[in-house]
Design a protein around this ligand. Structure first.
Ligand code: GLY
Length: 432
């Protein structure tokens, strides 16, 4: 059995761990929470700070792992990957420098500009409060305020959604500037957002099905931003409200980014995930990330047909094949979170009963306890996912199975629902 190091203890890592075990890997897990699913599946584990690269390296060496994979972005923002390689352990995740495509929005935007990669959005970084104020005062269109580094999806604020006028946006931008010494102001673009994840060894690129993540806490896309309340994928690899050719277009942009990074001597190996916006007239790059998305990574790993371990070795060794197979099914995933998640969470206990439908599964996220009884934290608890012939069918299956979970929790019923899908298709002007 191949010994593999896996860092991370969320729902995404539970899905990675299950796919590794399907590939007959023996998993050595490093995680900060006692995730009962990962603990049950792994050969050995350490509960510890996931960014303590010295200790993780020591665990990897003493366990004799033959491959390593990193789940969470804060860990990619440490020298762990570089140090594993230096110790002779292949890693299917990007180096500290390559992970800048996610950890530095300035690097990402300037890479796109240097290489004339399409989909870029006008943006400016500010370090001076006076320059920031005068730029915002003169702006004649809506804008977005972004911290430059990692924020777990929660730091971005959009005019019209999270603040209503330039003065409010400026006040938020100044708070970030005070705290971080830098802030990014981007033009606002509107449309349907989607995620395209790819496997890449820095030269070869194998795409996954497109997914859509639902970031806002409440139904109807209202409330505070969260790490993601759920996600959908469709059997045809695109989504019903995306125009023909959008997937190819997005994939072309990702191939161009990967080529540009290689040309600049900053080769990217691992999972790259592009967050795109289909606007009325074109396609824009919102963010580029250096890992599986959470929850979108769970959707795609759940229907991955090929052997994950073989793919990860292909990434690390530079001979990734360019086509990866997925089961031709749609998926809908809904995160079960504590009541008040995103503002004032009230975590309690959840009882996980037997699931009555074979097409429904539960992944474990920021919880501890046992498979049948988990202790919630203030973060996401369980990801319930179903497969179906359509997104709507999968969404209904999740709803039917929610009664298997007992306790005080919240989830977004609207993700993948008939009403929401119809509304999205109509507003994109797609004829069915
Ligand atoms: N789905 C949001 C994220 O993974 O950043």
């Amino acid at each position: 059995m191949t010994k593999v190091l896996l860092v991370g203890g969320g729902g995404r890592e539970d899905a990675i761990c299950r796919a590794m075990v399907r590939s007959e890997a023996s998993v050595y897990a490093v995680l900060k929470n006692e995730n009962p699913s990962i603990l049950r599946l792994s050969t050995d584990h350490r509960i510890m700070d996931e960014t303590d690269h010295d200790k993780i390296l020591a665990f990897a060496r003493e366990s004799g792992v033959e491959l390593a994979f990193i789940g969470p972005d804060p860990v990619l923002n440490t020298p762990l990957v570089d140090r594993l390689w230096q110790s002779g352990i292949p890693v299917a995740s990007p180096s500290l420098s390559a992970a800048r495509i996610e950890t530095s929005k300035e690097y990402m935007r300037s890479l796109l500009a240097r290489h004339g990669i399409s989909g870029n959005i006008a943006s400016r970084t500010f370090t001076d409060p006076e320059e920031l104020s005068s730029y915002v005062r003169d702006l004649e269109h809506e804008f977005v305020v972004k911290p430059l580094g990692l924020t777990g999806g929660k730091g971005v604020r959009v005019m019209g959604d999270h603040f209503q006028n330039p003065a409010e946006g400026l006040a938020y931008a100044k708070d970030i500037l005070d705290h971080d010494g830098k802030v990014l102001i981007e033009d606002k673009v509107q449309g349907e957002e989607f995620s395209l994840q790819v496997f890449t060894d820095g030269s070869h690129v194998a795409p996954m099905p497109i997914a859509q993540d639902y970031k806002r806490a409440y139904e109807g896309d209202t409330g505070p931003n969260t790490g993601g309340m759920g996600a959908i994928t469709d059997a045809d690899l695109s989504l019903p409200f995306l125009r023909a050719g959008i997937r190819e277009n997005a994939l072309g942009i990702m191939r161009h980014i990967i080529r540009a990074m290689k040309e600049e001597g900053n080769q990217f190996r691992g999972i790259m995930y592009g967050q795109f916006m289909q606007t009325r007239s074109d396609l824009r790059v919102i963010e580029v990330n250096a890992r599986f998305a959470d929850p979108e990574g769970i959707n795609v790993l759940h229907i991955l047909y090929d052997d994950l371990l073989e793919i990860l070795f292909g990434i690390a060794e530079g001979d990734l094949r360019t086509y990866v197979n997925f089961n031709p099914l749609s998926t809908a995933l809904k995160y079960i979170v504590p009541v008040g998640y995103g503002s004032k969470p009230e975590p309690g206990m959840l009882e996980v009963g037997d699931l009555d439908y074979p097409n429904v599964s539960v992944y474990y996220a920021a919880v501890s306890g046992s498979i049948s009884s988990v202790k919630m934290t203030s973060s996401r608890s369980l990801a319930m996912i179903a497969t179906g012939q359509s997104i709507e069918e999968a969404s209904d299956a999740v709803e039917r199975s929610m009664s298997c979970i007992r306790g005080n929790f919240y989830h977004r019923r609207d993700i993948g629902s008939r009403e929401l899908m119809k509304k999205k298709i109509e507003s994109a002007g797609i004829s069915t």
